[in-house]
Design a protein around this ligand. Structure first.
Ligand SMILES: Cc1ncc(COP(=O)(O)O)c(C=O)c1O
Length: 382
């Protein structure tokens, strides 16, 4: 039998992340000691009250069929407290099985074959892949160091604007670690209104902002709800990555479309996880502060040591990553594989996030400080 993937799926190639994982496993089998700073999966546990709620789950194995009645209200309160955004719990919040799943499904719900979607380059891979799965056409918005990793919206050609239905943004940004200010989001809203383009903002790293600063929600800008939606997650803020829970907020029509689709594809999230997520939103404020301190001090340990050794890096303002040029502008794949084989340090080549990422690597701060210090030592020797 001739078995073929659909044309849309055939466009996807096995990710660079898998190639790195294969090599990592091979080296581990050979007995090499590796420090893994590649994947962005938090190494620390969620707050104790979160794990307790999940551990005490006993008879709650029914289909939840979506958010439990109190969940959306808790998100609305959180958005009000943290980002000064008023959300209507009934119509402006939608629970998701993680923002990854939501981002993948949003393109399927909104995009027709041939529609263009503006996506950041470098950017988190699902932005582009979700569009391709839906049969749409991603159009890269280059994020360059010279422009503080913000896209130049004035450089998108008119013929693309005529066919663009959606644009995806992500601040604080993975992998480039940049933040955006309110004036940028105001420009984005004006652009979206002018060209009739839906804005999708991924705010997954909303709470990992350093040096006393705070994350800014797209929805805090006037007019944003008319043109946009925002995704948020419990994965990084509360170390609940494996729980698979997140939400989107904002434009009511878009949320309605998503809900209709999800009513056919999903039966809701495990009840104790929803309860634990609610608790995180209401009781997690001290925890969030500790998280910022932890990542900020990890950042400082790694950066200070690498800088001392002559790899001049500037400190990331946010996220759980360091984004840096490869020494001497070396090819990012070649540098990554050599660093893994010769120094035992696993990082992610910038190319994995799009062509503009070439010449850079991403280092994740997902190890304790002593391991990061050891990693810096090994990198410096290498
Ligand atoms: C930018 C960005 N968006 C979304 C996700 C996935 O989040 P979730 O665990 O909520 O699906 C990640 C995970 O690394 C991410 O970096």
């Amino acid at each position: 039998m001739d078995i073929q993937a659909s044309n849309h799926i055939q466009q996807l190639r096995r990710g660079i992340f898998n190639e790195i994982l294969d090599e990592k496993r091979r080296l581990e089998k050979e007995g090499k000691s590796l420090i893994d700073l590649s994947i962005g999966s938090p190494d620390l546990p969620p707050p104790d009250f979160v794990t307790e709620i999940i551990q005490h789950a006993s008879k709650d194995y029914f289909y939840t069929m979506g958010a439990i009645p109190t969940f959306n209200g808790k998100v609305a309160d959180f958005y009000n407290d943290r980002y000064d955004v008023k959300l209507h719990p009934e119509s402006e919040v939608l629970q998701l099985i993680g923002s990854q799943d939501g981002l993948a499904h949003l393109a399927t719900a909104m995009i027709n074959p041939g529609d263009y979607v503006l996506v950041p380059d470098p950017g988190y891979p699902i932005f582009e892949v979700g569009v391709r799965i839906a049969g749409g056409q991603p159009y890269p918005l280059p994020l360059t160091e010279e422009n503080d990793y913000l896209p130049r919206l004035d450089r998108v050609p008119q013929h693309i604007l005529n066919r663009a239905k959606m644009m995806i943004l992500n601040y604080p940004a993975n992998p480039v670690t940049a933040t955006a200010d309110r004036s940028f989001f105001k420009e984005v809203v004006r652009f979206a209104q002018k060209y009739n383009i839906l804005v999708v903002h991924d705010f997954t790293y909303s709470e990992l902002v350093f040096d006393g600063k705070r994350g800014i929600s797209l929805l805090s800008v006037p007019g944003a709800k008319e043109v946009g939606v925002e995704f948020n997650s419990f994965s990084k803020t509360f170390n609940m990555a494996g729980c698979r829970i997140g939400y989107m907020a904002g434009n009511e029509k878009v949320l309605n479309i998503m809900e209709t689709m999800m009513s056919h594809t999903q039966y809701g999230i495990f009840y104790p996880i929803q309860k634990a997520a609610e608790a995180a939103l209401t009781r997690g404020f001290d925890f969030m502060e500790q998280q910022v301190n932890t990542y900020q001090s990890r950042r400082d340990v790694l950066m200070d040591r690498l800088n001392q050794a002559g790899w001049p890096l500037s400190k990331p303002p946010a996220t759980m990553y360091v984004w840096t040029r490869t020494p001497g502008g070396r090819d990012s794949m070649d540098f990554t594989f050599r660093l893994m084989r010769e120094a035992g340090i696993v990082v992610t080549p910038g190319k994995a996030f799009g062509p503009e990422g070439e010449g850079y690597v991403r280092i994740s701060l997902v190890q304790p400080e002593d391991q990061l210090a050891k990693a810096a030592e090994r990198i410096n020797r290498f």
